[in-house]
Design a protein around this ligand. Structure first.
Ligand SMILES: [Zn+2]
Length: 326
């Protein structure tokens, strides 16, 4: 089965690094299995048997970051519980948010649901955009009171050119959950790049809690939208003094649109808002060399460094990380 094979590849990649870090004394967690995988969200331990769904209840599943409906790819494993909780509770809100934005732009060929207000009541409608600036509204009798709909249609026929109060259907997209979904994407992207080098640090427990526990309030993280272009996608180090952090630039894609988001994942005990304030005081000049502001400096590490097997590269990252945590 193709899925088991791709789960196996991901399992081996992260598990090998985990055991290497243990052997080198970088982490001191007791590993339960000969080959162990730690779910990056709940930190539970899993064995290679857990990539086979039928054997255990809470098996390992492939995790998409960003969500696959927004063009993400399967870059890590999370346990089934974390994957489905986050999927239902938070990712769905992000997907809906992007859909609402798409719907509001009436891309050619799209159809979505909405309502038209008439005499204080709503008529259910399907809105189709033909891409020529023309919208077609379809009112189904089965979704509306037929008598009221007849009255509405008669009214339109007598008042050609009258404005309609058209509203698109509101899809559930709670802002806090949208932000949590973005935070989860950034966290999983960081895990995919660095594995367990520093993410097992208890410093990240708050972020894990925000992602996995719906009752935990969102504590405020830094997202920057519409400031980047597709050539800047990736994971970077921000090296500015007092704002040292990991910076992920990722893309949310639908059939119709691409939204590029930047997220600062803090590295040390500085609140995300403090980093944000620090950076905004100086202004963002991301990727512009020698300018004031955020420098996406990729010169201190090798972009193609093997952070899963090469101890020299792993130590380089670790030393950088530790220099902000001592
Ligand atoms: Zn988990």
């Amino acid at each position: 089965m193709a899925n088991i094979n791709s789960r196996r590849v991901l399992f081996e990649k992260f598990s090998n690094q985990l055991h290497l870090l243990k052997k080198e004394g970088i982490i001191n967690i007791e590993l339960k299995y000969e080959k162990t995988y730690i779910c990056p969200i709940c930190l539970d331990q899993f064995s290679i048997d857990d990539i086979i769904s039928s054997d255990t209840k809470n098996f390992l599943t492939e995790e998409d970051a960003p969500p696959d409906k927004l063009g993400g790819s399967r870059i890590a494993l999370t346990c089934k519980r974390c994957n489905s909780t986050a999927g239902h509770e938070i990712d769905a809100h992000l997907i809906n948010r992007i859909r609402m934005i798409d719907n509001g732009r009436f891309y050619p060929g799209t159809t979505h649901e909405g309502t038209v207000e008439f005499e204080g009541k709503n008529i259910q409608t399907e809105i189709t955009s033909d891409g020529d600036g023309k919208l077609q509204l379809l009112h189904r009798f089965k979704n509306n009171n037929p008598t009221f709909l007849d009255k509405f249609i008669n009214n339109i026929n007598q008042n050609v050119g009258k404005f309609l109060n058209l509203k698109q259907k509101r899809l559930k997209n709670d802002s806090e959950k949208v932000n949590k979904a973005l935070l989860k994407t950034s966290y999983i992207l960081t895990f995919a790049k660095f594995g367990y080098i520093f993410l097992l640090d208890e410093y990240y427990n708050n972020i894990r809690k925000e992602i996995s526990d719906t009752n935990t309030a969102y504590s405020g993280h830094v997202f920057l939208a519409e400031q980047f272009n597709p050539t800047q996608l990736g994971t970077y180090y921000i090296l500015n003094k007092n704002a040292e952090s990991i910076f992920n630039v990722f893309s949310l894609e639908t059939k119709y649109s691409q939204t590029i988001i930047g997220n600062i994942l803090p590295l040390r005990k500085v609140k995300p808002e403090e980093i944000y304030n620090h950076l905004t005081v100086k202004g963002y000049k991301i990727g512009v060399p020698d300018s004031i502001g955020v420098t996406l400096n990729v010169s201190t590490y090798d972009k193609d460094a093997d952070l899963f097997n090469d101890m020299e590269e792993i130590n380089r990252v670790l030393n950088w990380y530790k220099s902000f945590h001592s």
